[in-house]
Design a protein around this ligand. Sequence first.
Ligand SMILES: [Zn+2]
Length: 714
Amino acid sequence: MESRDSNKNSDPQRAPSGVWGRILVTAALPYANGPLHIGHMAGVYVPADIYVRYKRAKKTDIKFVCGSDEHGVPITIRALKEGVSPQQIVDKYHAIIKESFEQMGISFDIYSRTSNKIHHETAAAFFKKMYDDDLFEEKETEQFYDEKAKTFLADRYITGTCPVCGNENAYGDQCERCGSSLSPEQLINPRSTLSDAVPVKKKTKHWYFPLQNYESWLKDWILEGHKEWKNNVYGQCKSWLDNGLQSRAMTRDSSWGVKVPLPDAEGKVLYVWFDAPIGYISATKELTDDWKDYWCKEDTRLIHFIGKDNIVFHCIIFPAMLKAHGGYVLPDNVPANEFLNIEGDKVSTSRNWAVWVNEYVKDFPGCEDVLRYVLAANMPETKDNDFTWKDFQDRNNSELVAIFGNFVNRTFVLMHKLCGGKVPKLHEDILDETDKALILEIENARLRVENAIEEFHFRDALFEVIDLARKGNKYLQDKEPWKKVASTQSAVTNDQQLIDNCLHLCLQLTANLTILINPFLPVTAKKMLHMMKVVDKMLDWGNAGKIKLLSIGYSLRPPELLFRKIEDEEIKAQVEKLKANANKALSPKPKAASDNEEKSQIKNLKSQIQFDDFAKLDLRVGTILSAEKVAKADKLLKLEIDLGFEKRTIVSGIALHFKPEDLVGKQVVIVANLAPRKLKGIESNGMILSAEDENGKLHLVNPEQIINPGAGVS
Ligand SMILES: [Zn+2]
């Protein structure tokens, strides 16, 4: 049971008994159009996981839900660019994201996805109830329409020339070259990215949620009722509310998303920010039949962990939706974090300025806890913070290795050497001031860590744990049990007793460190349990602060290495990789061949042909739908290619140059009228064009941007 602040006002959403019955923690749904980077982890998932693991250790009834957000315009655009379906995009990234979470030990009770049927049903029913209660405004407006593709166009689907810098590929909402924010009307020569048609204006009807009707309730609920929210969160809410709220469209013209559950809504889906937060409800439904306990019982404490870019959606729009719908609890806290920058620069996925979680776990196997540590110690709790690889190395080497790991290792080595590998006795009659001070530190550390986590001050909480280990090192240094061995032989009778007391306390401190570090570094805690030969049950938070966790005479295992030193070369390699990736993203086109290379390739020209010979070739653009290796043929790939009017199987000798999975969605130019031939028993219907570079590597020949498959090449 959770105690609550006594000074809170009598909001009807609060439990009348004054005690929380259970907690529901949600973590922002990651958007399934790219992998996770460490900014996501530091901002949302590491703090949420620390909180949940701590509460589980306290035996609180708690559920932790999350899932992939799989709707919205950027996913349809990405699908279009890669020449695949939106479902293929979300399937790909959902799998990558889910695996990264598992590898980083983010312990969701469920990781769902918004393309699931249960979510579509839940979100549609939520909308329908609000519609039936007459809570929406129907409005007809004019929006851009593509007459060729027969669809309305979100601003992102329109490209044209930027009126500011002349970039020919500016979007209808923004020019990515000069950063100007634009509207489609401002573009010179606007075109639809779907069909290249000139967009026209057409009337369309949408359902708007009149947020202004909830303004005074929101002001009361947040500005008066939740003064304990973090300053950055409270401040952003206040600024939105002070500026006045307006109706916001809750539907969009699109074929990808949750269909609007009304008869006259063909081609319309729910706005992604209407459906995504309902994903928390759907995921809880999927998790447990008791989902209503977590969403509808007023003694449930709902906490949303998010990044600062999602504050308005979680603190204003979603609570207003829940309030309007009725029957649901409201968030009690939304501990949003600021952003984590990388090496002094903002994370940018388009510039590839990021540290990707799936790459980190490959580059630093077995070091998942190190990343959790550095991200927690550097968490952007009150302002944007910076991640640098140097700081990563320093924190690992001088905190995890030199303080925490060192204390545990010394304790175990000395215990094996001086106490026969068993937990020595505690001789209470000869405890001195230093011993008593350490016992007090152990007792107090629990409260300090606990208070900090309850307040969502995860950096402070982690600092307290490391500080306790630091005090352990100081204690060992002061006691110098290794010096007492020699004098034992010189017959000072109670030296062994002094050694016993010192190592007994150090071992009890180690047991306490295990409990306290567990929410932050779960893999490390497991290793420590193994060394102490104790079961998970010892991790119960109620054990923290006690000094009788390990029984006297119990034999313990030899020490294991908890953390390894990270070398300068590893750090240098990461910094270089970061910069190289960013450079690649800036100049995607390969360097032009030098004069000499060009000439050497011109030398061996084939004999001249007439135009009619060339005209016999039917060259077409195709999109690769699938690619797989051909059995018993190292060089061959079997490709399925979409030509728009038909699908083709082509066997191509490019297997040594491309991974099959990298080819899916790529466009190629093929010779479409080449007579079929059989390769390894498979009939190949055409040939793929590729170019060979000076190193003998093959590169696909394709249009400079994705176009309709089947287009002729001449
Ligand atoms: Zn521009």
